[in-house]
Design a protein around this ligand. Structure first.
Ligand SMILES: Nc1nc2c(ncn2[C@@H]2O[C@H](COP(=O)(O)OP(=O)(O)OP(=O)(O)O)[C@@H](O)[C@H]2O)c(=O)[nH]1
Ligand SMILES: [Zn+2]
Length: 203
């Protein structure tokens, strides 16, 4: 249970601040940035930011198990790799709360059951719309699919640009970070990893 809570942090509704508390916090940050929250153009900004945060961080209110519960068996015995590549996502780094912009490539080796393809994209969404490190997000997507579908293996590769490295700090635009998580047959067999990489890169 502890591992599940750790991997899938869910907001506890009673811990949520009120709308007013959230808006007050935005006013403080506006002043911290050097602006005046009382000027006309900023009057509605705290409410807009509070609303935008609920959207950008909607993943805390979503459970991957709800999405991954529905599977199909009637696939005429298909048991080779299923890869959904180039799944676009936006996340936010947990260190600076600025965007991570990237693509996820997710594959699995079915074990009698397959997932609806859109559900793979939804799982990426659920973990993307939280504060993240790229490493944690990669492992969370792989483990969620592994735990619910119990396939022969899961491979996840994420490539992303971190705005905290581009817009501030070291200021290196265009640098991309690649992370991978392999489970099951992908972990055990380097040839399966190569096949995954080749399919991700083939155009
Ligand atoms: N491993 C990992 N690091 C990340 C990720 N996103 C941001 N970071 C890094 O988190 C680190 C935080 O380092 P700190 O030294 O505590 O913070 P900082 O002073 O703002 O660091 P600089 O970005 O170097 O200015 C930085 O090196 C970031 O590049 C991520 O997804 N994974
Ligand atoms: Zn960062």
């Amino acid at each position: 249970m502890d591992a599940i809570v750790k991997n899938f942090p869910q907001a506890v509704e009673s811990d949520r601040p009120s709308q007013k508390e959230a808006e007050d916090a935005v006013r403080v940050l506006l002043r911290w940035a050097g602006d005046d929250p009382q000027r006309e153009g900023l009057l509605d900004t705290p409410a807009r930011v509070a609303k935008a945060y609920r959207e950008l961080f909607a993943g805390y209110d979503m459970n991957p198990e709800d999405v991954l519960g529905r599977t199909f068996e009637e696939v005429s015995g298909y048991d080779d790799m299923v890869l959904v590549r180039d799944i676009p996502f936006y996340s936010h780094c947990e260190h600076h709360m600025v965007p991570i912009i990237g693509k996820a490539h997710v594959a699995y080796l079915p074990n009698g059951r397959v997932l609806g393809l859109s559900k793979i994209g939804r799982v990426v969404e659920i973990f993307g719309r939280r504060l993240q490190t790229q490493e944690a997000m990669t492992a969370q997507v792989a483990n969620a699919i592994d735990d619910s579908l119990r396939p022969r293996g899961v491979a996840v590769m994420i490539e992303a640009e971190h705005m905290c490295m581009a817009m501030r700090g070291v200021q290196q635009q265009g640098a991309s970070t690649l992370t991978t998580t392999f489970t099951g047959a992908f972990k055990a067999d380097p040839a399966e990893q190569v096949r995954f990489m080749t399919m991700v890169r083939s155009r």
